[in-house]
Write a protein that binds this ligand. Structure first.
Ligand SMILES: [Zn+2]
Length: 287
């Protein structure tokens, strides 16, 4: 069975990326697993502090382990945006494959200090758990937003990336390169797309020397996605697109089926999410 580190090493070498999708419930999880399995691609499932507060930390870990063991399937679990050492420890003990320690709202020096502590703590519990650190603020809400969050938009510099990686020991870096959490209303109703700084991505990969994750992938221009992956992004996060599809799918399904049988009502929602994930995985894995 391949480890997450092996899967990332291979993807990085091949110039492709692993899709990372967040879940709050079994509906989205079923859809993501089905899409990835059909395409025979590894996949990362993410749960933020809020999402795993709802699913349960041990419960989501058990569910992912069950999918993995059932068919030797390379599905991995990430503790997305973890803000405290206590929550990082909890995820490490539950057997998560990756933990993102997010100190990006702190001043740089404080972020370095806290992230270094998190790396030491997580590695002391499970040396195989990969730790991601984050520099640069890209907003924090995976929702449909009226405007760009205050403070977002300042991009990570190669000097910061180099210093941060060397000082903390993170194996994965999440930089700010024009990406943003959530979707603007203009991206949902109109044709506005997020655009990325491709040259900066290449410079950050070179300077940091570690794997990189593109957060806030929802609503990004398709060509920019491909260029960003070629330039050094090995994991791509998509959450808001899944949440939006979940909501619209649910509204349509409830309107079409007046029964009270959840597992029947939810089938078209699973299918709708699967379609979105399928398209994203095809894009991220194509060369
Ligand atoms: Zn994120």
């Amino acid at each position: 069975m391949e480890t997450l580190r092996e899967v990332l090493t291979k993807a990085d070498r091949d110039g492709v990326a692993i899709g990372h999708f967040n879940v709050s419930d079994l509906t989205a999880l079923k859809a993501i697993v089905a899409a990835a399995r059909d395409l025979k691609l590894p996949v990362l499932i993410g749960v933020s502090e809020g999402e795993r507060g709802f699913t349960g930390v041990a419960q989501i870990a058990a569910l992912i382990r069950c999918y993995r063991e059932e068919s030797e399937y390379p599905i991995f679990l990430n503790a997305d945006h973890t803000h405290s050492l206590e929550k990082a420890e909890q995820a490490a003990r539950a057997g998560f494959d990756e933990i993102i320690f997010d100190g990006s709202s702190l001043p740089f020096e404080k972020n370095v200090e806290q992230t270094k502590k998190a790396v030491e703590l997580i590695k002391s519990i499970n040396p195989n758990c990969m730790v991601e650190g984050e520099i640069g603020y890209i907003g924090s809400s995976s929702d449909v937003l009226k405007k760009v969050p205050e403070g977002a938009g300042i991009m990570t510099t190669p000097e910061e990336a180099k210093e941060f990686v060397a000082a903390t020991g993170v194996e994965i870096l999440a930089p700010a390169v024009g990406n943003m959490h959530g979707l603007l209303e203009s991206m949902v109703t109109g044709n506005v797309k997020k655009r990325l700084d491709i040259e900066r991505i290449a410079a950050l990969r070179e300077a940091g020397g570690v794997f990189m994750t593109l957060h806030g992938g929802s609503g990004t221009d398709d060509e920019d996605f491909k260029k960003a992956i070629k330039a050094g992004m090995t994991i791509v996060h998509v959450n808001t697109e899944i949440r939006l599809t979940w909501r619209h799918g649910m509204e349509a399904a409830l309107a079409a089926d007046k029964s009270v049988v959840p597992y029947k009502i939810m089938l078209p929602v699973v299918a709708a999410i699967q379609k979105v994930v399928d398209a994203r995985l095809r894009l991220f894995s194509s060369r």
